[in-house]
Design a protein around this ligand. Structure first.
Ligand code: EPZ
Length: 407
């Protein structure tokens, strides 16, 4: 694999920032709009609330002055997980909200109890009935939220509910992902007063309203990590532009010294890799800065032909191994026991017809296909389109032999 490509803006930064735009009573311009399905669906949700949206020179320009609806119907809410963390922003704008249960990847039960408990701590009345969450925020005010788990979505929801609530909100045990820091920076650029994002305590001083803002979200660390693993799987040398190596310490530490070398130059990552790698004794997915669960299928694909036996433990989502059955069709030797995958390296994989089970699982199958002997067809790729804008174009620029076929 030899080549270079530019990394798009982060799906998991853009989605909460789009929700945050609901709080802004003015014009919101978000730069480098990535054409991912999840982001298009979230933009449609904003239009359903009364926003006016248009693409201008690759930027998304939103007129948020005429919002007139505080409900997200079932048919829109189920399209993406990010509908649930629009709750906090809709409440911040309207002091009431009615949102159907969210969608998102089927990688676990994905409860929303931490979101709802967090909103209740801000004196919001929450009714969870018949697949809808109905909230009354007439008397909402700042409060202290102790998260039982550093949930990314719950942290974002509470940040946005607190942004225009009277008084101070404190989130303890908050998620520390770079996308949380990006949301804080976006909201503060629009006039919010938030501090502590990136640490386990976030403080939000409520302000009357948020205003017009122009913002460029961070680049997508999961897409970056995906392409670094593609290079590890195929061997070769790649250069990724608009890539932040600082967001991938856990992945780099797992690959460095295992026939992979990295250089970081002003927002560019250069990687050199051999084709063969040693097994990795143990990888556990953890909240940031631990190893990201969103790179789990991709590194399992790489380890399926590493020399020796590797262990991967998935601590965040209880059914994030659905893609393994498909990988086994290609000759991988992987045993799943509870949350652990025991991967016995095989000399090579064989091309096969497989199906994407979810966004990152589908990408893991594509990466496996890049190194397999013969052709691999990956079906149900609209799953992959949710988080990559035509992955085949990027991978072709990096030297892969891949194309999209329409049946
Ligand atoms: C976000 O999902 C990301 N999605 C996911 O990316 C990512 O895998 C996940 O964070 C973890 O990093 C977006 O940002 C749109 P969580 P989210 O709340 O917010 C439990 C991708 O592929 N939990 O941090 O849903 C939950 O069951 C997607 O881009 C509760 O118990 O993740 C899980 O075990 C997949 N109760 C853990 O927390 C709750 O109320 C992490 O979930 C909420 C979560």
């Amino acid at each position: 694999m030899f080549g270079s490509c530019k990394i798009a803006c982060a799906k998991n930064a853009y989605l909460p920032i789009l929700a945050g735009a609901i709080l802004c009573d003015g014009k919101v311009t978000l730069k480098n709009y990535p054409n991912f399905l999840d982001i298009i669906n979230m933009t449609n949700i904003l239009e359903n609330l009364g926003a006016k949206a248009k693409i201008q020179d690759k930027n998304l320009v939103l007129d948020m002055t005429s919002l007139n609806n505080y409900e997200i119907p079932h048919e829109l809410a189920t399209l993406t997980r990010s509908s649930i963390f629009s709750l906090g922003a809709i409440l911040g704008r309207f002091k009431k909200a009615r949102v159907a249960y969210p969608g998102g990847c089927e990688i676990g039960s994905r409860p929303i109890d931490l979101h709802l408990k967090g909103l209740e701590a801000l004196n919001i009345k929450v009714l969870d009935r018949r697949g809808f969450i109905t909230c009354d925020g007439e008397n909402m005010r700042g409060g202290v939220v102790n998260l039982d788990f550093p949930s990314v979505g719950a942290t974002e929801n509470i940040m946005m509910a607190g942004a225009t609530a009277k008084g101070v909100t404190k989130i303890i045990n908050s998620a520390k992902e770079p996308e949380i820091v990006d949301l804080q920076n976006f909201l503060n650029s629009a006039g919010a007063k938030i501090s502590g994002a990136g640490t386990s305590v976030i403080t939000i001083q409520g302000v009357p309203k948020l205003n017009s803002v122009e913002y460029l979200p961070i680049s997508d660390r999961i897409i970056t990590g995906t392409y670094l693993l593609a290079c590890a799987i195929c061997g070769g040398e790649i250069e990724l532009h608009n890539a932040n190596i600082g967001h991938l310490d856990s992945l780099i530490s797992k690959l460095s010294g295992n026939n992979c070398r990295f250089w970081n130059k002003k927002g560019r990552i250069i990687m050199q890799s051999g084709k063969k790698h040693k097994s990795i004794s143990k990888i556990e997915t953890m909240p940031y800065p631990g190893f990201p669960t969103d790179l789990q299928p991709q590194i399992v694909a790489m380890l399926s032909t590493a020399k020796g036996t590797s262990l991967v433990v998935e601590n965040l989502f209880e059914t994030r191994y659905k893609y393994v059955n498909e990988l086994s069709k290609m000759g991988a030797d992987i045993m799943i026991k509870d949350r652990s995958a025991i991967i016995r390296g095989v000399p090579k994989l064989f091309g096969a017809s497989v199906n994407s089970t979810d966004l990152r699982g589908g990408v893991g199958l594509v990466l496996a296909g890049l190194m397999a002997d013969g052709f691999t067809t990956v079906g149900n790729i609209q799953q992959i389109d949710r988080g990559y804008a035509h992955i085949e174009n990027d991978l072709s620029k990096l030297g892969a032999e891949i194309k999209r076929i329409h049946f």
